[in-house]
Design a protein around this ligand. Structure first.
Ligand SMILES: *Cc1c(COP(=O)(O)O)cnc(C)c1O
Length: 367
């Protein structure tokens, strides 16, 4: 890695950012496992010992015999698994803010040959079960795409987490409405760390048929796991992966990071750290006049409204973050490598800007 410093990398990218947890690099446990896997030859297309080990470790983690596949990213994992759960004349119900709807470029519809995505609302990024019920029951005729799957995101796109009781209620509603359950777990590790429960409590015991378990935002380079608790749905899934261009020939390099993260327990430890940084950031922001918290911080994201001049002042100082939820809303995301110093440095900048003219003009606008 030393040769990297010889090149000119723009300063803002050298700094750790709050833009997204996928801005972070590869965490040491995943990196070491990759290096380990990089010796000699191994059978291709998932026939290697690392892939077998990663699948076994996931079965151990979930305490059940599940079917495991690896895809390059979350969009593919979601799209392919949703397609496996539906016929083209079915529909998938999800939150209007879900990644499946807003950030996959129609992937789920494409891979399922046109299955329609039906949107529901709900507070704090969580689906409203009344809305789900209404969506299913308002029409039962042949002209309406038959609702077949309910997709929930854990942790949600708004940084909130479904608790065990909430998931039980979702399971009960899905059972009544004959919906299969899909979980987009791009940040499943953060949710598990936040709840402090065994992974089975928030997956198959809650009726989840398929989980897309994100590795990338947890600290791996690439490679999200598609986990079928419902064996029936996994039938011929390997063909779907291959056709979609998602069967890695050097599969060991998708699987090895999972081995490193699961054997060491880093998957949970690193996610817990990111969550703690987010709480630290939230409590600092809470004390600053002119900053408004928009969502409860339950995982590794903090959503706040910043005065426009403060946000642009922060960007001038090299900070990167995404705009979210309308005007002035920004998302701040912590990752496995966020430090207390990063949080303190960011807070110092926000405080200074809020106390200067940037904050003043904003206060007048708010008043
Ligand atoms: C990041 C993310 C994904 C996966 O995105 P890719 O860029 O395809 O890896 C899926 N769902 C959610 C909620 C995400 O935040």
């Amino acid at each position: 890695m030393t040769h990297l410093s010889d090149h000119k990398i723009p300063a803002p990218l050298q700094r750790r950012q709050f833009a997204s947890d996928n801005y972070a690099g590869i965490c040491p446990e995943a990196w070491a496992a990759l290096q380990d896997a990089n010796s000699g030859h191994a059978p291709a297309y998932g026939e290697d010992p690392w892939t077998a080990r990663a699948c076994d470790l996931l079965r151990e983690l979930f305490e059940i015999d599940c079917d495991v596949f690896f895809a390059f990213n979350g969009t593919a994992a979601n799209s392919m698994s949703l397609a496996a759960m539906c016929q083209s004349y079915h529909s998938i119900i999800c939150h209007s803010l879900s990644h499946v709807e807003t950030d996959e470029c129609g992937g789920p519809e494409f891979f399922s040959n046109g299955t329609k995505v039906l949107l529901v609302e709900g507070e704090n990024g969580k689906i409203s079960l009344d809305a789900v019920r209404h969506t299913v029951e308002r029409r039962t005729d042949i002209h309406y795409p038959k609702p077949r799957v309910l997709s929930v995101t854990q942790a949600t796109e708004m940084g909130t987490v479904y608790g065990v009781e909430e998931l039980d209620a979702i399971q009960e509603t899905a059972r009544q409405l004959k919906l299969r359950l899909h979980m987009d777990g791009a940040r499943f590790a953060n949710a598990a760390a936040a709840l402090g429960v065994a992974p089975k409590e928030i997956t198959w015991k809650a009726g989840i048929d398929v989980l897309c378990f994100g590795g990338t935002k947890n600290g791996m380079p690439v490679g999200d796991a598609v986990i079928f608790f419902n064996h029936e749905l996994a039938k011929e899934f390997e063909y779907r992966c291959k056709q979609a261009g998602q069967l890695a020939s050097k599969m060991r390099f998708l699987a090895a990071p999972w081995v490193g993260m699961l054997e060491s327990g880093a998957w949970l430890k690193r996610a817990g750290h990111a969550n703690r940084c987010a709480r630290m950031l939230e409590s600092g922001l809470r004390d600053i006049d002119g900053v408004e918290l928009l969502m409860p911080t339950q995982a590794n994201a903090v959503f706040v409204r910043l005065p426009g001049a403060v946000a642009s002042g922060l960007r001038d100082r090299g900070w990167r973050f995404y705009n979210f939820i309308g005007s002035g809303g920004v998302r701040l995301m912590c990752s496995w490598d966020t430090t207390e110093d990063d949080v303190a440095a960011f807070l110092n900048n926000v405080r200074a800007l809020c106390q200067s003219g940037a904050g003043e003009s904003a206060k007048q606008i708010h008043a």
